[in-house]
Structures are given as structure tokens and as C-alpha cells.
Design a protein around this ligand. Structure first.
Ligand code: GRF
Length: 188
């Protein structure tokens, strides 16, 4: 039985990656427990999964400065060691990241360094790519720029549109996020 580290997931939206991490974290051998979920949106559907799995959750629909101040206090007081960003739409400040350096990870829907930022599926399709995917990476001060932990590839087929591609990539994301979490603790 591993001594699980305490983790928090930051969300802004549907929370389907949150759901898959929670499910995997129930495995006795998984390196982390999700002890807290923080959303910066009251309307985030993903809050449902925190409730469903009886995980404490906090909604902070406030300015980014206030969000970071309150979140840091909560994270420290609850002894959280890892922050997983999963569809979280604030770009965290340098000073926030400094407090958790090397312990914040994110999932991005492209094969980084390609297609940083938004609308990754549309951009990959417009560029005529035959392949895209997702990347779980460490978060540093630059957007979608930290060291990659895991990448998963998805082929782009004739007739794919952004919606179809999103569904295909998300299925890989659900595996990739937990694989990345297992990997970082095996290596550390
Ligand atoms: C994911 O596709 C992720 O790559 C991107 O935002 C989406 C979040 O989806 N960063 P969900 O909230 O986990 O359903």
C-alpha cells in the first residue's frame, strides 16, 4: 500500500478529466488522493463529480488575484502536494507557481509544443495535420510550455471535425492524466 500524496484538482468546466482521475485514485496503488477540488466557475459542471465522490470542493468565482490568495491558503492548510489543472481556464501567476514549483501539472489537447493556447482542434485540422493528441506537462511560467510527462497520439481521419476530434482526444486524455501521475511519482 503506497502512502498517497494529497492532491487538488482545479477545474472551470465539465470536469471529465477530474472524474477519470478520481476513479483511478480509488485504486489502492495509485500515488495520490484527490482531497480537494477548486473551481473558478460556479457553473462548472465538474463540481458534480466532487459532490458525487464526497470530495471537499470550493468555488472561487472571483478575480484571479483573490482566487490565488484564497486557494493558496486552502492548499497549504490542507497539506496539498500536487495540483492538477484539468480544463482550468485561468493562467496562474508566476508567484503562485513559485509556491508549488514542480508540483503543478496540466493537460493540453495537442501534441505540445504544437498548438499551444486555445482552439487546438480547429487549428490542427486547418493545418492539414494527420495526427494530433494530448500532452500532460509540468506547469511553468510560460503558457503550455513546461516539460512534457506523457503524450498520447490520435490520428486525424478524413471527415473529422473539431467536435469529433475533441471526443477522440478526450478518450486518450482520461488515460494520459493518470498515467502521468503514476509516472511522476515513480520517477521521484
Ligand atoms: C480537456 O480537453 C483539456 O485538454 C483541456 O480542457 C478540457 C477539459 O475538459 N485543457 P474537462 O473539463 O476535463 O471535461
Amino acid at each position: 500500500m503506497v502512502k498517497k500524496k494529497k492532491a487538488c484538482v482545479f477545474i472551470s468546466g465539465s470536469g471529465t478529466n477530474l472524474r477519470s482521475i478520481i476513479r483511478n485514485s480509488r485504486d489502492y496503488n495509485f500515488p495520490i488522493n484527490i482531497n480537494l477540488v477548486i473551481s473558478n466557475k460556479k457553473s462548472a459542471a465538474g463540481i458534480y463529480f466532487a459532490k458525487k465522490f464526497s470530495i471537499p470542493h470550493i468555488v472561487l468565482e472571483v478575480s484571479k488575484e483573490k482566487f490565488e490568495k484564497i486557494a493558496l491558503k486552502e492548499l497549504f492548510s490542507r497539506k496539498i502536494k500536487l495540483i492538477c489543472l484539468a480544463g482550468f481556464m485561468y493562467v496562474l501567476s508566476k508567484s503562485f507557481i513559485r509556491n508549488f514549483r514542480g508540483n503543478i501539472i496540466n493537460i493540453h489537447p495537442s501534441l505540445l509544443p504544437k498548438y499551444k493556447g486555445l482552439n487546438t482542434f480547429k487549428r490542427a485540422l486547418n493545418a492539414g495535420e494527420k495526427m494530433t493528441g494530448c500532452t500532460v506537462h509540468f506547469v511553468n511560467e510560460k503558457l503550455d510550455n513546461g516539460k512534457a510527462i506523457i503524450k498520447k497520439r490520435v490520428s486525424i481521419n478524413t471527415g473529422d471535425n473539431p467536435e469529433i476530434l475533441k471526443k477522440k482526444v478526450q478518450l486518450e486524455e482520461y488515460k494520459a492524466y493518470s498515467m502521468a501521475i503514476r509516472k511522476i511519482y515513480r520517477l521521484s
